[in-house]
Design a protein around this ligand. Structure first.
Ligand code: HEM
Length: 450
């Protein structure tokens, strides 16, 4: 009986400077894999100290759910996400409290399944444009290609297709800001305060300012224009809150950049991994192709077709399980919080890793195997809530999840109708767990005409 009255204590984990240093070394190599290793060793919640800061890794879906939903007022976003404010400003990903609530309410109606159906044609057109550059027998880096295709899609759906030739420039400037930022957060530079002017930080600010000038120009033109477009920016311009208020130019800029950054690299990585896994599993590829051929019969895919492609959907779900682009995300405890017998002290950094949860054999038998069938044979139908969370969960669940799933399905279906891809190397593909999970180095795939 005594144990039920015991006061909550820190979750178990490595203790002492040597163990902490080892943890830091392993975490730096691959944070999500190390989360899984630590959870297997110590239990569903693990805590350790890193340079004086308390880190808690959560591998229990129920506790993850409480952090993301029921007790979310006790947590803010973590320091890595806060660092993104340098160029994302106060967009949806980084804002908190009342501002976030108002903005989420304003933006969510533009990203429902019904609303985004209007972007299907652009998604298919961008994919076809890419495929026209592909010759059977040639090998190209699929990650680079998916980065370009998804860049084309995000810029055209955000700003409209009538932007002239500026699409690629805006997109590449946004990408440059993001990669400079990653250079800061992934290296020793992360341990220095924000005012230390590293070259990458100075570049980030300079590129962000140049980008601002372009974005404010687009916003001004849209405000002056008489016709309301169907692109996301036009929808955000038209959005009104309960009191009839609209977003300021600064807020629009922050939200536009946020949608770009949150949606571009994640979707590019998901698609690259999907093509890779299909190349490594020709039997799965053949089944998916048979479904695509039967449903499309040679015509272009539409938004309505997505619901008729259950096997392709299972391929995508399984890809996001094995290779979740958002492999880890964090929160910071604003006060002491307890979960049963565990205490999470104020200021702890809490890490929830979709990668670690998705590789838990209790929920996904044979967790390292690529088996889309698990999404069709009933074996995942009674999963605990939040055991599968490629798009996060709770109040701050990904607002672009329908957009991402439709985009990935349309790109995959359009490509599958024309080519299959095969690997040209038998070397295993190394992963890089940066802000997003992506293949390390070039990922060459050879196109074979169907
Ligand atoms: C496969 C692609 C994608 C993945 C894996 C992904 C994953 C995630 C995850 C895990 C979160 C929650 C982060 C947290 O709780 O801290 C998130 C948030 C967010 N995502 Fe996505 N995302 C994807 C695509 C997109 C797209 C296409 C867009 C935009 C069109 C987008 C916009 C956002 C935004 C704005 C947030 C912040 C939402 C809020 O806090 O209210 N994402 N995403």
């Amino acid at each position: 009986m005594a144990s039920s009255f015991a006061s909550p204590s820190l979750p178990p984990g490595p203790r002492g400077p040597a163990a902490s240093l080892r943890m830091f070394r392993d975490f730096s190599r691959c944070p999500p894999k190390q989360c899984r290793v630590a959870l297997d060793r110590y239990g569903d919640v693990v805590s350790f100290e890193l340079f004086g800061a308390r880190v808690v890794v959560v591998g229990d879906p129920q506790i993850a759910g409480e952090i993301m939903q029921d007790k979310d007022d006790a947590f803010s976003k973590d320091w890595v996400t806060r660092g993104l404010k340098l160029f994302l400003g106060e967009g949806l990903l980084t804002s908190e409290g009342e501002l976030w609530k108002r903005q989420r309410k304003l933006i969510a109606p533009s990203l429902t399944k019904k609303q985004i159906a209007a972007y299907a044609d652009t998604m298919v057109a961008c994919t076809k444009q890419w495929l026209e550059t592909r010759q059977a027998g040639e090998t190209h880096d699929i990650h680079e290609e998916m980065t370009e295709v998804t860049l084309d899609i995000v810029v055209k759906t955000l700003f409209g297709t009538d932007m002239g030739t500026g699409h690629a420039d805006v997109g590449h400037a946004m990408d440059r800001v993001m990669s400079d930022f990653q250079e800061v957060v992934q290296t020793w530079r992360q341990f220095f305060p924000e005012w230390v002017p590293f070259a990458a930080r100075r570049r980030t600010v300079k590129t962000a300012r140049a980008l601002d000038r372009v974005l404010y120009g687009i916003i001004k033109k849209r405000r002056e224009g008489s016709e309301a477009g169907d692109d996301l920016l036009s929808r955000l311009l038209a959005a009104r809150d309960d009191a009839g208020g609209r977003m300021s130019d600064e807020q629009l800029r922050d939200e536009a950049i946020t949608l770009f950054v949150a949606g571009h690299e994640t979707t590019a990585n998901a698609l690259s991994f999907a093509f890779l896994l299909l190349a490594e599993h020709p039997d799965v590829d053949a089944k998916m192709h048979a479904e695509v051929s039967r449903v499309l019969g040679g015509r272009d895919a539409t938004s309505a077709d997505v619901a008729s492609l259950p096997y392709l959907d299972a391929v995508l779900r399984e890809t996001l399980r094995l290779r979740p682009p958002a492999h880890i995300f964090g929160r910071e405890a604003l006060r002491d919080v307890t979960f049963g017998r565990y205490l999470l002290p104020k200021r702890s950094t809490v890490l929830i890793s979709p990668w670690a949860l998705h590789h838990d054999a209790r929920f996904f038998p044979d967790p390292y195997a690529f088996r889309p069938e698990r999404w069709l044979d009933g074996s995942t139908s009674s999963l605990p809530k939040h055991a599968y969370l490629p798009f996060g969960g709770g109040a701050r669940v990904c607002i672009g999840n329908h957009f991402a799933m439709m985009e990935a399905a349309l790109v995959l279906a359009t490509a599958a109708a024309r080519f299959r891809f095969e690997r040209t190397s038998s070397e295993p593909v190394d992963l890089q767990a940066a802000v997003t999970l992506r293949p390390r180095g070039a990922l060459g795939l050879r196109a074979v005409r169907r």
